[in-house]
Design a protein around this ligand. Structure first.
Ligand SMILES: Nc1ncnc2c1ncn2[C@@H]1O[C@H](COP(=O)(O)OP(=O)(O)OP(=O)(O)O)[C@@H](O)[C@H]1O
Length: 251
C-alpha cells in the first residue's frame, strides 16, 4: 500500500509542485494520473521511489517511511518498484534479451556483471518476461530493430524481470501511435490483473486513462482535484482538472 499523508514538495527554487497530497493506493490497483502539463504528475510519481524527495508530510510504501531510507536500504526498496519512461531507456545497440537481463545486474557479482555472465535461471526469467509481453520471438534481435511499441514492451519486460510490486510509468505511451498505445495499455492492464502488480501511470490521453485504468487521480496545480473510479469521470470533472482547457486541446 502506498500512502501519501499531507505531502508537499517544494523544489529548491521555491516552487511548490505538490500541495497537501493525501492519497492511499492499495496493492493491485491500476491508477492513471491525469492533469495539464506542469500540474505535478511526474513529481508525484517520482516521489514514490525517491527520485524526488518530499519536503512535508509523510510517504510510506507498505509501512516503510520512504524518506527514512538510506544507502543499501534505498537500493533494495527501489528494486521492488519498476519504472517505465516515455523514451523506453533501452540500450539499443544490444539484443533485446540483454536489455531485459540488465535488470539483474545489481544482483550479480562484480565479475559476472563485468563480463555479462548471467545464471541460466536469469536467462529463463528474462525469456519468460518477454513472453508475458508477447515479444519472445524478438529476444535475439537488436533493440534498435524494433518498433517504438515493441521497444516499450522490452522496457516493460525488463521491469517485470525485476519482479516488482509496483510499476511507475511516466507517460509510457506518449511517443506511440494510437493503435500501439492501446496495445501497450492493454499490456499494463493484463500485467496488473494477472500479477496483481500496482500500476501508477501518468498519461495525457484521457480516453486511454478512462478505458484502461480503474481509478483516476486528477491533479491541478499540484493538488488533487479528483480521485475516484474511472467510470465516474464526467465532462464536468475533466473541466475541473483541465481548467476548462480540455475541449480547446481536442479541437
Ligand atoms: N527541478 C525542478 N525545479 C523547479 N521546478 C520544477 C522542477 N521540476 C519540475 N518543476 C516544476 O514543477 C511543476 C510540475 O512539474 P511536473 O514535471 O511534475 O509536471 P507534469 O504534470 O508531469 O507535467 P508534464 O505533463 O508536462 O510532464 C512544473 O511547473 C515544473 O515547471
Amino acid at each position: 500500500m502506498i500512502e501519501f499523508n499531507h505531502v508537499s514538495k517544494k523544489y529548491p527554487n521555491g516552487f511548490e509542485a505538490l500541495k497537501d497530497i493525501n492519497l492511499t493506493i492499495e496493492q493491485g490497483e491500476f491508477v492513471a494520473i491525469i492533469g495539464l502539463s506542469g500540474a505535478g504528475k511526474s513529481t508525484l510519481l517520482r516521489t514514490i521511489n525517491r527520485m524526488h524527495d518530499i519536503t512535508e508530510g509523510s510517504l510510506t510504501v507498505d509501512g516503510t517511511d520512504v524518506m527514512q531510507l538510506r544507502g543499501g536500504e534505498l537500493r533494495g526498496f527501489r528494486r521492488k518498484i519498476g519504472m517505465i519512461f516515455q523514451s523506453f531507456n533501452l540500450v539499443t545497440r544490444t539484443r533485446v534479451i540483454n536489455n531485459v537481463l540488465m535488470s539483474k545486474v545489481p544482483e550479480l557479482s562484480f565479475f559476472r556483471a563485468l563480463f555479462g555472465i548471467y545464471p541460466k535461471e536469469d536467462k529463463l526469467n528474462a525469456l519468460e518476461a518477454l513472453d508475458k509481453v508477447g515479444i519472445l520471438d524478438k529476444a535475439f534481435v537488436r533493440a534498435d530493430q524494433l518498433s517504438g511499441g515493441q521497444q516499450q514492451r522490452v522496457a516493460l519486460a525488463r521491469t517485470l524481470a525485476q519482479n516488482p510490486q509496483i510499476i511507475l510509468a511516466d507517460e509510457p505511451v506518449a511517443s506511440l501511435d494510437p493503435v500501439t498505445a492501446k496495445q501497450v495499455m492493454g499490456d499494463f492492464q493484463r500485467i496488473n490483473k494477472e500479477m496483481n502488480i500496482t500500476i501508477l501511470l501518468n498519461i495525457h490521453h484521457v480516453d486511454l486513462a478512462l478505458q484502461y485504468a480503474s481509478r483516476v487521480v486528477g491533479i491541478r496545480s499540484g493538488a488533487i482535484v479528483y480521485d475516484g473510479p474511472a467510470s465516474e469521470v464526467t465532462e464536468e470533472i475533466l473541466n475541473e482538472i483541465y481548467e476548462g482547457k480540455q475541449k480547446e486541446a481536442e479541437g
